[in-house]
Design a protein around this ligand. Structure first.
Ligand code: 3H9
Length: 699
């Protein structure tokens, strides 16, 4: 029987003669919460006090080494011992102390390894310092010990990209000292023996000096100042890494302060909300039930959406039958899928060797009957209810019993589509976002009669496609497009009333959107909104202030944005420039409507735009189209380019507060009482002091 001493629930010591193994066991990802920290410190202190073992090897049980600090503890009062202190105790061990890394060693997990005297990697490992994705920086020695091993440029790259580095790259860059295969405990025993034999050298990382590289630091600082002026932690990362050329203790102090400062920012709270939100959206009973097997998928429509959806399925290893009505459409579809896969190869998402085999899983066809054996059909033809009903009527007879019939419609009534079949239980909306093989959002639109196992299959498919599946109810536009249809009017009203399209774009880019709404319109094609406005013209509320005057006139000139060379902006080589004709159109519309332009500050623009977004988002939660506020937040982060560090519209709403939002709505309503109506949910929240975060917990 091995001599195992349990230090606490998550840390144990196994003594094997001269060797002591410390095992970390905190499923599912061995996060270094308080119990792990305390146990590690106690175990190392005890073994040093005993002074019997001649080498200590730390490894982890389960599927991975340590995935970092326990993120659930962030934002709460810190519980000692602090991770940097534990690692200092480890590094100071007078008994050689090594680590064996398998799975993913991220953040504090990699920092743990860096504080040991040698690191043995197990094939397949990935290491990274992803703290930047949480609005933080490595805070347990990562910014100090990593550059000592890899040099400053590589450490800057790892910390600022947050990317995971594979085994080979980790070995080549000195992050691990040895790469082997095997079970972590067996490897720990063997490696410990190698230390005893003198074949695996050990040294403290703090004894290595960081090679100074002022150029790399200055260039990176300048790049961040230009590209991410509003972000907090990236700049702190550069400052901390710059401090790694001095004594370790001094550098650790700089890192500690920068970590505490980052922890106290709203950016950190927003990004951690995003981390847990991404996981929470599929953590619902409907997603967890039994799902139907999906081995083969049919996609109807070879346009941009259909080809993107087909590409996404192929990249997940699922064979696809692509259906079009005419040969030229089919050829275009095949060409687009091929181009998408080539793009995936160049982005490193698909290996060149696998490209041909992946494309070979696509079987194009002009015959709908060829869908008889697929498990799921995704219809992605243009948005016309009659066309969709016709297709679903045909699928009803062609598809095998139990096949799932999905529509990629972005706003049409899925109940009405389902009624075109005699198997409404098999019908669901699967709303992808363009480009479908890149964008991570998948709205899973549950109609009245959709069977539970079809809903669960939607979530299972999202997971296989590496997408974030969010449940949505049926309504015009579901979660995302419904909210977008409402708040995008604000941008138009601002322009009618005095702002320029460029000012609106710049203000919202300053807030953190990658592109302002007019640039997005130009990119997506202004004709899309034009068509929607025409479609809705007859049903428009007569009391609604029309928002489309300027955009309609731009479209009447045949200017649809990028694809026609001009829209709000003119697209020649180089950066887009404001279209002077648009300024004339705006002046003309204002004159016709008797509008005297007034001035808006950038903050006015942000406040109005965000308040409108929050209003419709609150109504979407209120009427159950979205299950919880976090579902809306993830739709916006993964489908609409909402700045991640703001956490999503309703996380952001909590930072303003319901009472202040109501005050704003009342102020704006003086100008347009029809548009600026307070959602009942916000009124209730202001009255009882609840927040959207409370609603997330309650659901
Ligand atoms: C840090 O280390 C700071 C230090 O520098 C300084 C400190 C002083 N904590 O993703 P999965 C949960 S910052 C708590 O579905 P996968 C996760 O929520 C940290 N919980 O699995 C989920 O829970 P549930 C830097 C965590 O196999 C469950 O574990 N580290 C943590 O797809 C399974 O996770 C990171 O940012 C955590 N650290 O992916 C790494 N990590 O089942 C973050 C996960 O209830 N983690 N959980 O929904 C990851 O990137 C992925 O989880 C990982 C596994 C790749 C490890």
């Amino acid at each position: 029987m091995p001599d195992i001493e349990q230090i606490n629930d998550q840390i144990s010591i196994e003594r094997q003669g001269d060797i002591a193994l410390i095992c970390i066991n905190n499923p599912p990802v061995n996060a270094s919460g308080q119990i792990v920290r305390q146990g590690l410190q106690d175990a190392v202190t005890r073994l040093n006090a005993e002074n019997t073992a001649r080498v200590i090897a730390i490894y982890a049980a389960g599927r991975t080494f340590v995935a970092g600090a326990d993120i659930t503890e962030f934002g709460k009062p810190p519980q000692p011992p602090a991770l940097p202190d534990v690692f200092n105790v480890m590094e100071a061990s007078t008994i050689p102390l090594i680590s064996v890394i398998h799975g993913t060693a991220l953040g504090g997990g990699l920092e743990l390894g860096l504080a040991t005297h040698a690191r043995v990697g197990i094939e397949g490992l990935r290491v990274g310092l992803p703290e930047i994705n949480l609005g933080l920086l490595p805070g347990a020695g990562g910014t100090q010990r990593l550059p000592r091993l890899t040099g400053i440029p590589f450490a800057l790259d790892m910390c600022l990209s947050g990317r995971q580095v594979g085994a080979k790259e980790a070995l080549e860059n000195g992050i691990i000292d040895l790469l082997v295969s095997g079970d972590p405990r067996d490897v720990a025993l063997t490696a410990a023996q190698q230390v005893l034999d003198g074949t695996l050298p050990t040294r403290r990382t703090s004894e290595v000096e960081t090679q100074p590289d002022d150029n790399a630091l200055a260039e990176t600082a300048a790049m961040l100042k230009a590209k991410q002026p509003h972000m907090f932690s990236p700049h702190k990362i550069v400052e901390a890494i710059a401090a790694s050329t001095g004594p370790l203790a001094d550098g650790l102090k700089v890192e500690r302060q920068a970590f505490i400062d980052s922890m106290n920012t709203p950016q950190r709270a927003g990004m951690i909300h995003a981390f847990f939100g991404e996981r929470a959206v599929s953590n619902i009973p409907e997603a967890k039930g039994p799902a139907r097997e999906i081995a083969k998928i049919g996609v109807i429509g070879g346009g941009t959406m259909g080809s993107g959806i087909a590409t996404s399925c192929l990249l997940a290893g699922i064979p696809v039958r692509l259906i079009e009505v005419a040969q030229d459409g089919l050829d275009r579809g095949i060409a687009t899928v091929t181009k998408n896969l080539d793009g995936a190869v160049s982005r490193g998402k698909l290996s060149p060797e696998k490209r041909d085999a992946t494309l070979a899983m696509l079987t194009p066809s002009l015959v709908m009957d060829d869908l008889a054996d697929v498990d799921l059909v995704i219809e992605a033809v243009f948005e016309n209810m009659d066309v969709k009903k016709d297709i679903f009527g045909k699928l009803n007879t062609i598809c095998k019993p139990g096949a799932i019939l999905a529509s990629n419609t972005s706003y049409l009534d899925v109940n009405e589509i389902a009624a075109a079949t005699t198997r409404a239980q098999d019908v669901i909306g699967l709303h992808f976002f363009s480009p479908a093989h890149v964008m991570r959002l998948l709205e899973i639109v549950v109609a009245d009669k959709t069977a539970p196992d079809v809903v669960a299959s939607g979530f299972a498919l999202a997971k296989r496609l590496k997408k974030v599946g969010v449940r949505a109810g049926v309504c015009d536009g579901f979660i995302g497009n419904r909210i977008l249809a409402h708040y995008s009017k604000t941008a138009s009203y601002l322009v009618l009333d005095g702002a320029t399209p460029q000012q609106v774009d710049a203000a919202l880019e300053g807030f953190g959107f990658a592109m302002g709404p007019h640039k997005v319109g130009d990119l997506a094609g202004l004709d899309i909104g034009w068509m929607t406005r025409k479609r809705k013209a007859e049903t428009r509320d007569p009391n609604e202030r029309y928002a489309g005057d300027v955009a309609d006139r731009i479209c009447e000139h045949g200017w649809f944005g990028r694809k026609t060379g001009q829209g709000y902006y003119i697209y020649n080589a180089g950066a887009p420039i404001p279209n002077p004709e648009v300024a004339n159109i705006i002046d003309a519309v204002r004159a016709e409507k008797g509008i005297t332009p007034r001035t808006f500050t950038d903050q006015d623009i942000i406040d109005r735009y965000m308040t409108a977004m929050i209003c419709e988002a609150a109504r979407v939660v209120e009427d159950g189209t979205a299950r919880r506020p976090v579902d809306v937040d993830m739709v916006f982060l993964f489908g609409y380019g909402f700045p991640r560090h703001r956490g999503g519209p309703l996380h952001y709403a909590d930072t303003i507060g319901a009472a202040e939002l109501l005050t704003r709505i009342k102020t704006y309503a003086v100008e347009d009482a029809n548009y600026w109506q307070a959602p009942a949910l916000l009124e209730k929240m202001a009255a009882d002091g609840t927040t959207f975060a409370d609603l997330n917990k309650g659901a």
